[in-house]
Ligand binder design. Structure first.
Ligand code: SF4
Length: 493
């Protein structure tokens, strides 16, 4: 049986090395420093795989050369060679290895006596890093003796609106990147030589932290490389450009105590830093009272949860559109009255939006302002629902006009607590104002996790639906109860 020596570099490790040589080194020699992969990140990978499989339908009838595991790529390389030799015209996950560098391509199609390569991305635009990927693929494929006529990226068309059955050719866009790829071949070859040398030497490169730690990807070694940065630091200064933060760091200004007038501070930044240095909260009574005078009982407290998918699941929806599936709604007739609670949580069987709208309109028939936290999100959902379901347009527009934002006094710096650390998200404001309430004890503790949990309930028949529903209800209810408690604190000012 034929065998092949294991590769030194792959497409992923090449991209790691281009981002930061230290990232490549740590990945290869100190993988134990990587934290466990988060649910959110895993969900992104899964999306990529699903979209890749769907895009294969643009070129039906191909043969799959993908390996059974990531450790068996050499078998894939040999299988690809055999498939090409035996005259197969469409290959999925074709793998190639050239001078120790491995690269697979999502779809390879024979056109005449030349080949066309297609790489699938679940994003809506082509980014610079996608060109880097494609350049490496081109180098390896052509280096393996394959004549490539073209190389393209297949990505999601964000203008596609689903109407009935999924239209694959409208969902995807195909763009040739051959021109850019040809222009970058010399750079790719030079980079490969550099990275191979780095791996051969086995000496950890000295690379300091910088904007490259999150560009083009969030690096998984930040816990390790950023361990010398105290909390809080200049990186926590609110609304400060990232480039300015790194300039300060490079000048040796890291702690907030070190700022010493080096920065021209905005009013909010001044509040943040003074509050940290004094350890005292900052309250602008006039600002808080002005906000309170703009809202009037009876009050609703409303919070939505939503999910998004690259491939639209329902009619009248686009790729990555936020689809609301849950809300929590507390109601208070006046300052001292008891709270009542209503909610909606879709069953995950079909499009949740019509039932969501109907129940929401029914639950908000009493007059009164509707408080949200970070109004932009809830308003955009309501406005999009009004657009997509015109039969509810006037009622949804009227609902949107009743919305007020509880985040306002915190975003304006009228109420600031040192533990908010430059943030006015509800996850920071709640423990600062109402320490007895805590998101950390919840199974689902942030919006992204809620969306992932709901999607898993929709697509996975083995999911523990009862538990997921209970966790979702608890999480969303906590968000609106948090708003009630935060308002109570503001009312004492
Ligand atoms: S955290 Fe930054 S410096 Fe460290 S390996 Fe990652 S990219 Fe490089």
């Amino acid at each position: 049986m034929k065998t092949l020596t294991k590769h030194v570099l792959s497409k992923s490790t090449f991209v790691y090395g281009c981002q930061c040589p230290k990232r490549l080194f740590l990945h290869k020699f100190k993988p134990e420093l990587k934290p466990k992969i988060s649910e959110a990140r895993q969900a992104i990978f899964d999306t990529g795989t699903d979209v890749g499989l769907l895009a294969q339908k643009l070129f039906p009838g191909g043969v799959d050369a993908s390996p059974e595991s990531t450790y068996e790529y050499q078998k894939s390389v040999l299988l690809t060679k055999d498939l090409i030799r035996s005259g197969v015209k469409i290959i999925y996950e074709a793998a190639f290895q050239h001078e120790g560098v491995l690269a697979a391509i999502d779809i390879l199609v024979k056109n005449g006596n030349k080949w066309e390569a297609y790489e699938v991305k679940s994003s809506t635009q082509i980014k610079e890093v996608n060109i880097t990927d494609a350049s490496l693929q081109y180098h390896v494929i052509t280096g393996s003796g394959i004549s490539l006529k073209d190389i393209s990226i297949i990505h999601i068309n964000n203008e596609y609106v689903r109407k009935g059955r999924l239209n694959i050719s409208k969902l995807f866009r195909i763009e040739s990147v051959l021109k850019d790829v040809l222009m970058t071949q010399d750079i790719v070859e030079k980079k490969i030589r550099e990275l191979k040398k780095l791996l051969k030497n086995g000496v950890e490169p000295e690379v300091d932290i910088g904007p490259h730690c999150s560009d083009p990807y969030e690096c998984e070694f930040t816990d390790h490389c950023w361990s010398h940065i105290p909390s809080p630091s200049v990186f926590d200064v609110s609304r400060l450009r990232e480039s300015r933060k790194f300039e300060l760091y490079e000048e040796g200004t890291v702690k907030l105590e070190d700022l010493n007038g080096e920065l021209e501070l905005t009013a909010y930044q001044e509040i943040q830093i003074n509050s940290y240095l004094s350890g005292k909260k900052h309250i602008n009574k006039k600002g808080v009272r002005e906000f309170l005078s703009g809202i009037s009982y009876p009050l609703y407290f409303l919070d939505f949860e939503s999910f998004q998918t690259a491939v639209p699941l329902f009619n009248k929806s686009r790729p990555f559109q936020q689809i609301p599936f849950q809300y929590s709604l507390h109601y208070k007739k006046d300052k001292s009255s008891d709270l009542s609670h209503n909610f909606f949580l879709a069953d995950g069987q079909d499009d949740p939006r019509p039932a969501f709208i109907e129940k929401l309109l029914k639950d908000t028939t009493k007059k009164g302002d509707i408080l949200t936290y970070n109004i932009g999100f809830e308003k955009s959902i309501v406005n999009k629902l009004a657009e997509d379901f015109p039969q509810y347009q006037s009622a949804m527009t009227a609902l949107s006009e009743r919305m007020k934002d509880l985040m306002t006094p915190f975003r304006n710096g009228d109420y600031y607590h040192p533990s908010m650390n430059g943030s006015y998200s509800i996850k920071k404001v709640l423990p600062a104002l109402v320490p007895e309430m805590d998101y950390d004890k919840l199974e689902i503790s942030e919006g992204e996790m809620a969306g992932i949990a709901f999607r898993s309930m929709m697509i996975n028949p083995d999911a523990d639906r009862k538990k997921i529903r209970a966790d979702l209800l608890e999480y969303c209810k906590t968000d609106t109860l948090a708003m009630v408690k935060i308002l109570e604190v503001l009312e004492t000012v």
